[in-house]
Ligand binder design. Structure first.
Ligand code: GLU
Length: 463
């Protein structure tokens, strides 16, 4: 019967970020796990923006969450739920709990509360207001509603990642569920929303495990069906400390601006704390197929930008050149004519060999697309002046050379032999003259793709 039931149960997951900061690496990974779990089980994946903290929530952060999810292609197909639009439902539940005797009005003044807090801390006992046991319940309007936590026994959660975890109920605070200004707390809102949205699986960071023991009391008191929990270990920096800005915990969408591929980020985040067959490349559909929540590691994973760079570099080289061209073009706002475009398309495979991110070729755009480009850098002046004769000689040879990579190669080699030089004697100065930099890609490709006219103009410039 149990198996039959679970087959019929539609899986509903949700990603519930607070728009008080940006969608960072950890949040994005939580979203990925929620997305994959739901898709794997042909269920629903919902997004709920927990924006009840009006002071700290910003429109920009909401936008950044959507941008990040869109970029990673894990946005929800369902309507986005904004928690702030659901306050009445939360308040209703608070009063229902009150009516049923599972919650109470607490009239402690700020000073009294402080005193109670100090006492609790000293004695190492949870906060329980003296109002918990009073029968008068309607003194004035100045109250908060607290949940009457059970005091005996234990609360056990069979977490899908952590296994069986439990706490003794005697350590639970009588938490506030409704503030004196009639606003619900996160602890209440989140539970009510999960229930009313039909969420069956709560997959989130394990910094919320302590909340789960408290939130589940509301669920029990309301006789709602308990959801499954999966608390996933947090992501740390390579030094083992909690991931912070210093480790790259910035807005995940920033990685798009930096030149990371969405597919690389998705694959990397997926591997962070989860592994199947040690694969590196996860197309979303394949990830859905392979995803198994049991394979989420129990220990924190480390965000390693070098690994992400490696993956990005590999995927970048596997992309169609036209696709890379589109990314570059969009990222640098290029507006090229056909000839300029052809030169860039021709040189892109060479440029990509040497980078992890397509944005790293930013400095190469000018010498490739601008046909009138001339190196004007002071540091290279001497090189350019002292080699002007060699430039002229080579330009003459190239002028009469059939324009193919082979013929260009042979022409340069014959020149070296003829003059009893080494390749670097001409390679270095030629690169400076043609590209403005000593570390440009393969010289023959550079000459071939720039074309005869441009090469000859650059080699004959009077410095
Ligand atoms: N809004 C919470 C957060 O961003 C998540 C709450 C939850 O997943 O239950 O940390």
């Amino acid at each position: 019967i149990k198996i039959f039931k679970s087959i019929n149960l539609e899986v509903v997951t949700r990603f519930a970020p607070s728009p008080t900061g940006y969608l960072h690496i950890g949040g994005a990974r939580t979203a990925i796990f929620n997305y994959l779990y739901a898709m794997k089980h042909n269920g629903k994946y919902l997004v709920r923006i927990e924006d009840t903290d009006k002071k700290r929530s910003t429109k920009e952060a909401v936008q950044a969450i959507h941008d990040g999810l869109n970029w990673l292609k894990i946005n929800s197909k369902e309507e986005i739920v904004y928690q702030s639009s659901r306050l009445n439902s939360h308040i209703k539940v608070a009063y229902e709990l009150l009516e049923k005797g599972y919650a109470y009005k607490c009239y402690l003044s700020t000073d009294e509360l402080q005193e109670l807090r100090n006492k609790s801390r000293e004695k190492g006992i949870p906060i329980k207001s003296p109002w918990r046991n009073k029968s008068t319940n309607d003194l004035n309007e100045n109250y908060v509603i607290r949940l009457k936590m059970p005091t005996e026994g234990s609360t056990i959660i069979n977490d899908l990642v952590q296994g069986e975890v439990s706490v003794k109920n005697e350590i639970l605070d009588d938490m506030v569920i409704l503030r004196s200004d009639n606003t619900p707390t996160y602890m209440l809102s989140s539970v009510v929303d999960d229930y009313e949205m039909g969420v069956t699986h709560i997959i989130r960071g394990d910094d919320h495990l302590n909340n789960a023991f408290r939130q589940i009391q509301i669920i029990k008191y309301m006789s709602w069906k308990e959801p499954f929990y999966a608390h996933i270990p947090l992501i740390h920096g390579t030094d083992g400390s909690k991931l912070s800005k210093r480790h790259g915990a910035t807005n995940v969408f920033e990685y798009n601006n930096m030149g990371y591929l969405s597919h690389a980020m998705f694959s990397y985040l997926l591997q962070l704390g989860w592994s199947s067959n040690n694969e590196e490349d996860y197309q979303i559909s394949r990830a859905v197929k392979l995803f198994d929540i049991k394979k989420i590691n129990k220990s924190p994973s480390k965000f390693d930008i070098k690994k992400l760079n490696n993956i990005n570099s590999k995927f970048l080289k596997e992309l169609e050149i036209s696709e890379v061209f589109n990314l570059v073009s969009k990222s640098f706002n290029l507006n090229l004519n056909q000839l300029e475009k052809n030169r860039l398309l021709g040189l892109l495979p060479e440029l990509l060999k040497r980078v992890n991110l397509y944005t790293e070729i930013r400095d190469d755009i000018e010498w490739i697309t601008n046909k009138d480009f001339i190196c004007k850098e002071e540091v290279h002046k001497e090189t350019l002046e002292t080699n002007s004769i060699m430039f002229k000689e080579i330009s003459l040879l190239l002028k009469n050379c059939t324009w193919s990579k082979d013929k260009i190669d042979i022409t340069l080699k014959e020149y070296i032999v003829d003059k009893n030089l080494k390749f670097k004697d001409i390679g270095y100065p030629l690169r400076i003259a043609l590209t403005g930099k000593p570390n440009a890609p393969d010289l023959v490709s550079v000459i071939y793709e720039l074309g005869c006219e441009i090469v000859i103009n650059r080699l004959n410039y009077q410095y």
